[in-house]
Design a protein around this ligand. Sequence first.
Ligand SMILES: Cc1cc2nc3c(=O)[nH]c(=O)nc-3n(C[C@H](O)[C@H](O)[C@H](O)COP(=O)(O)OP(=O)(O)OC[C@H]3O[C@@H](n4cnc5c(N)ncnc54)[C@H](O)[C@@H]3O)c2cc1C
Length: 342
Amino acid sequence: MSAETGREVYDLTIIGAGPVGLYAAFCAGLRNMRVKMVEALHEAGGQCAVLYPEKFIYDAPGFPKILAKDLARQLLVQAQQFRPTILFEEEVQNLKVLEDHTMLLEGSREKHYSKTVLVAAGVGAFAPNKLEALGVNEFEGKGVSYFVKDKNALRGKRVLIVGGGDSAVDWALTLRDWAQEVTLVHRRDVFRAHERSVAELMSSDVKLRMFWEVTEIHGSDHVEAVTIHSSKTDEESYMPVDAVIVSIGFKADLGSIKNWGFQIDGRTIKVNGRMETNIPGVYAAGDIASPEGSVKLGLLATGFAQAAVAVNHAKHYLDPSEPVEPEYSSTKRLLSPHVTYR
Ligand SMILES: Cc1cc2nc3c(=O)[nH]c(=O)nc-3n(C[C@H](O)[C@H](O)[C@H](O)COP(=O)(O)OP(=O)(O)OC[C@H]3O[C@@H](n4cnc5c(N)ncnc54)[C@H](O)[C@@H]3O)c2cc1C
């Protein structure tokens, strides 16, 4: 708490508690920085927790295979060792640099003050693309869903998945051992998914309906069936199902971040090799960052590395007598897991 102003000023405030923000909080803890995280959603983990919690990740360092939700949970536990303040359901809507160089973050509920800021806002606030079919809104939450929160709820059910991207294919493969039957409806015959997953899908017992689209959802209190239409033959078919998972992508919007004074490149913030934005003391890492002269991969591994680079430069920015390079984490004694929620 600053004595002159009465406001609490953190060393680093991280916008977004996705995987990259969480790992950044851990890195900042290693450097004894006081950290606040501000997250728009009701939970931590970003895309891993919200968009594909039940999908396996095969390219997270140290884990040959890990469910996205488990990786998100482990990242949260790792970050919590240094007791960051984590605020949920708080969207940062504006960033201003005050005369004394303190950063003011205007949130949807309150103001936050910080000496440095890391923007780890991923693809921004995201929302799923909605299915255009009769009855879809009526049955949302009653058998129609855009995410799978808990695959146990689908055990023994007849599940219909709509879509042809990574997420739809991954769900089809994941759920085939849980559901009574899985049908994948896709309006084309080409999948925008990983080759290995598509090959697995083709040789699986998932029922494929290519060149078909869902036109209507039927039921009373809950989904009971769908009507599907073939764009190739103009046929219609009535299919009894218990659950419809719509996985036709999501819209992402940087929202107000575009207007905070950053150099923007498409949906990303331009940064240099130190992950510095054009605003001194403000860094960006993860999906939202496009580092100059580097290929953008949009992977967890690259985001984690960027988080480490950003945080260690932020430490040096805060106190130039501190080296950029950290000591090894194995030489630090970590605190027992604990977190301050407000
Ligand atoms: C279907 C799918 C499968 C994938 N599979 C893999 C994989 O196997 N391996 C891999 O390496 N990568 C994979 N990825 C990519 C990986 O998930 C992303 O690279 C990673 O999530 C980026 O992390 P992030 O923390 O930068 O952003 P995000 O995960 O998007 O998290 C950003 C967080 O910031 C919050 N936020 C945004 N704006 C604000 C604001 N103004 N105020 C407060 N909070 C805000 C968001 O709510 C979100 O929680 C996959 C992605 C998808 C969609």
